[in-house]
Design a protein around this ligand. Structure first.
Ligand code: ADP
Ligand code: ADP
Length: 221
């Protein structure tokens, strides 16, 4: 289980998030927040890029900043605006990312092929990503986030810019991945929340405003 206990993040004198308490145990958690509400700040703390000013973030009782390298094995991350390496094929890109993650070559090959099949890109595994649609690129993004079999998958606006058909397909993929792990995603898209989220988390005035089921939240929107 992942938990935030009284987490506050300040940038200088400015408080971006104040006294946040949250628990994540499994399934899809959607962060629904307008720009400036603090979702990037939360995602950066969860991926250990920045630390809380006060409070603690715990994975099964251990502070994530102290777990360090072993925590990075637990987390998979799909950043916003993912989609570089367009001159590479999905297979080349995933092998390169595996090398960066220090996954040994044989395992990387096996894992890469397995993930390409899982995200539905088998037919284009050796094609350059140049002509890939937004949805195909996001599926490569999910595959790279899954290379280390993470227990926590953090997806920053994963469905932004996808057409409706690809969005449905992508949501089904996310939903299937959330069966054995925690998925935390940020989104502005209400249909993402209605269809796959187990909990919806909202911030207002830099504090936690809601942490509830999609049905209760959608009544409020
Ligand atoms: P998003 O599109 O995810 O809301 P933003 O455009 O708000 O992201 O911010 C992009 C990056 O710039 C983030 O990493 C954020 O931490 C940083 N940032 C945002 N506002 C400021 C600021 N006032 N001063 C310094 N950095 C900032
Ligand atoms: P969101 O991702 O929801 O748009 P952010 O977490 O990027 O929100 O930002 C929350 C607030 O904190 C914003 O007002 C932003 O300007 C401010 N902020 C973010 N990063 C920095 C930073 N590095 N320095 C100063 N202010 C920041």
């Amino acid at each position: 289980m992942l938990s935030l206990n009284n987490v506050t993040k300040k940038y200088g004198n400015f408080t971006a998030l104040e006294n946040i308490n949250l628990e994540f145990s499994g399934g899809v958690y959607a962060l629904l927040a307008p720009n400036g509400a603090g979702k990037t700040t939360l995602i950066k703390m969860l991926t250990t890029l920045i630390s809380p000013t006060n409070g603690e973030i715990l994975w099964n009782g251990d502070e994530i900043v102290r777990l360090d390298a072993s925590y990075r094995d637990i987390i998979g991350y799909l950043p916003q605006d993912f989609g570089y390496y367009r001159n590479h094929s999905p297979r080349e890109f995933l092998l390169y990312m595996s090398a960066l993650k220090c996954i040994d070559r044989d395992k990387a090959k096996r894992k890469t092929d397995e993930l390409i099949d899982l995200v539905g890109l088998s037919d284009v595994r050796d094609k350059k990503m140049k002509k890939f649609s937004g949805g195909m690129i996001q599926r490569v993004g999910i595959a790279q986030a899954m290379l280390n079999d993470p227990k926590i998958l953090v997806l920053d606006e994963p469905t932004a810019g996808l057409d409706p058909k690809e969005r449905v397909r992508f949501r089904n993929l996310i939903s299937s991945l959330s069966k054995d792990r925690i998925v935390i995603l940020s989104t502005h898209i209400v249909s993402d929340i209605e269809t796959i989220a187990r909990r919806v988390i909202m911030f207002k005035n830099h504090s936690l405003f809601a942490n509830d089921t999609p049905t209760s939240i959608c009544g409020m929107l």
